[in-house]
Write a protein that binds this ligand. Structure first.
Ligand code: ADP
Length: 482
């Protein structure tokens, strides 16, 4: 396959491809077939320390470059990624399972962060504030936070790396990245392309490992790491927050979600159904912003369930390289087991499956698109992140009921609702306890917009002009005796 050109087997530390310090390797598996794609360096705590040391050494010279110089290097990086988008998409599909067209979309989406932050680097404006003293002025400058450690998940093996590395580099911060053990290959490919673009040694490091806890411990406690940027589960997010306490690390945390998706009686039904399909089944339901609970007002409940079921039943399940495929495999056997458990619990509590409700005959990790109706309000599927192609649809009475149900969660990442009533649109958009709200839209992610959650869904924002601030410190300088 063409992805051979972008396949790398060794960790990337201080600008070089390296074996782990003990020579160990681990296998990266294709989830669609169960076959080993390749063996790669299985880094240890010692390797993580080396990567941090090389990032530390790179900090001063990288931060000292002008924003324009950093911008030009990053722009070249973006160009190289786009030049190789096809190979990168094939590699991504092979290690993660998502359909090729979706993988290509992810490569472009990830690249857009590199382009965006290359541009934003040049707009790291400070401030001049009038002082109460006539002979003084207050100056505010922005400076890089220092060495950044990033820990990323497997559901977006390319975009999650780009979304952290791009603002870090733009701000002048070197980064040490630990990609998820399931999907380290896309990260290695991106780093090699950064090197080709002229990113100096030590500025990007990729510590591939199957020992998440051992390596994660070093990255999140080391005194030379100023900031940790993490995307993953709330459970691991808590560990990372605790680990960072000793050295008061700055944190960006993109954690779990439990997105409500509300359809009011006055919604455009077809638009709501299309939105639900996109929001629920993208990446086989394995995104933290996927619709997790679909609330539909009583007046259109049956019509919605019928149309949604008819359309979802047409989604083709299969390998990433089959034509017209919409749903790939889940990432591993634990993910399938969790989905099976949640569906069984919902059915036991009175729900029925209008479509799906079982594994697909495509292979061990494939699960059919599923819609559950008449789901009891105490079903686990409404409390826990499903991370699979299962859509529980629940009936609600009125606007107040919908808002109460939607906000009844410790999570607050994304929320969606469909309505044509302008007053309701404002009321509900303001009332939802979420960092991201899609109004009459099922997919909201965009490089220009701030991505992030409230409540236990996390801290900080990625993307947009706000995204650079997570990697910058404010320095207040009082200029006196003028
Ligand atoms: P997911 O449910 O998406 O797999 P996780 O939170 O388990 O989410 O994993 C996200 C990332 O966190 C992965 O890179 C994983 O290796 C890493 N990770 C898991 N446990 C730890 C830990 N104890 N310390 C640091 N990183 C960890």
């Amino acid at each position: 396959m063409a992805f051979d050109q972008v396949l790398h087997q060794k960790a990337f530390i201080n600008g070089a491809s390296v074996d782990s310090s003990d020579g160990a390797q681990f296998a990266v598996i294709n989830p669609a077939t169960g076959e080993t794609i390749t063996q790669i360096s299985d880094c240890t705590a010692r390797d993580a320390e080396k990567a941090i040391a090389s990032a530390k050494a790179a900090l001063k010279p990288w931060a000292a470059k002008t924003a324009k110089e950093r911008c030009e290097i990053m722009r070249r990086w973006f160009d190289i990624v786009i030049e190789h988008e096809q190979e990168l998409a094939e590699l991504l599909s092979t290690e993660q399972g998502k359909p090729l067209a979706e993988a290509l979309g992810e490569i472009r989406y990830g690249a857009a962060y590199i382009e965006w932050f290359a541009e934003e680097a040049r707009r790291t404006y400070g401030d001049l504030i009038p002082s109460a003293k006539g002979d003084a002025r207050i100056l505010v400058m922005k400076q890089p936070v220092g060495v950044v450690a990033a820990i990323t998940p497997w559901n977006f093996p390319n975009a999650m790396i780009a979304r952290k590395a791009a603002p870090a580099l733009a701000a002048g911060c070197p980064i040490v990245i630990k990609p998820a053990e399931d999907t380290p290959l896309s990260a290695l490919a991106l780093a090699q392309m950064a090197k080709l673009a002229g990113v100096p040694e030590g500025v990007i490091n990729i510590v591939t490992t199957s020992k998440a806890q051992e390596v994660g411990q070093v990255l999140t406690t080391h005194q030379d790491v100023a900031k940790v940027s993490f995307t993953g589960s709330t459970e691991v997010g808590r560990i990372i927050m605790r680990n960072g306490a000793e050295t008061i690390k700055k944190l960006s945390l993109e954690l779990g979600g439990n997105a409500p998706f509300i359809v009011f009686d006055d919604a455009d039904l077809d638009r709501a159904v299309d939105g639900a399909l996109m929001s629920k089944y993208r990446n086989s339901g394995q995104t933290c912003v996927c619709a997790n609970r679909i609330y539909v007002q009583a007046g259109i409940y049956d019509a919605f369930v019928e149309k949604f079921s008819a359309k979802a039943a047409e989604l083709k399940v299969g390998g990433a390289f089959e034509s017209d495929v919409a749903l790939g495999p889940l990432i591993n056997t634990e993910a399938v087991a969790k989905v099976e458990e949640l569906v069984a619990d919902a059915i036991e509590k009175g729900a029925s499956a209008t479509i799906g409700g079982s594994k697909s005959d495509k292979g061990d990790l494939f699960y059919n698109p599923t819609i559950l109706r008449d789901v009891s309000r105490n079903a686990r599927v409404l409390r826990e992140e499903i991370f699979g192609p299962v859509a529980p649809v629940i009936k609600f009475k009125d606007e107040a009921d919908a808002i109460t149900l939607a906000n009844d969660s410790e999570f607050g990442l994304a929320g969606y609702f469909f309505s044509k009533d302008l007053g309701r649109v404002w009321r509900v958009a303001e009332a939802l306890e979420c960092g991201i709200v899609g109004v009459n839209e099922g997919v909201t992610s965009a490089v220009e917009a701030p991505f992030g959650g409230v409540k236990q869904s996390g801290l900080g924002r990625e993307g947009s002009h706000y995204g650079l601030d997570d990697y910058l410190e404010l320095k207040y300088v009082l200029m006196g005796g003028l």
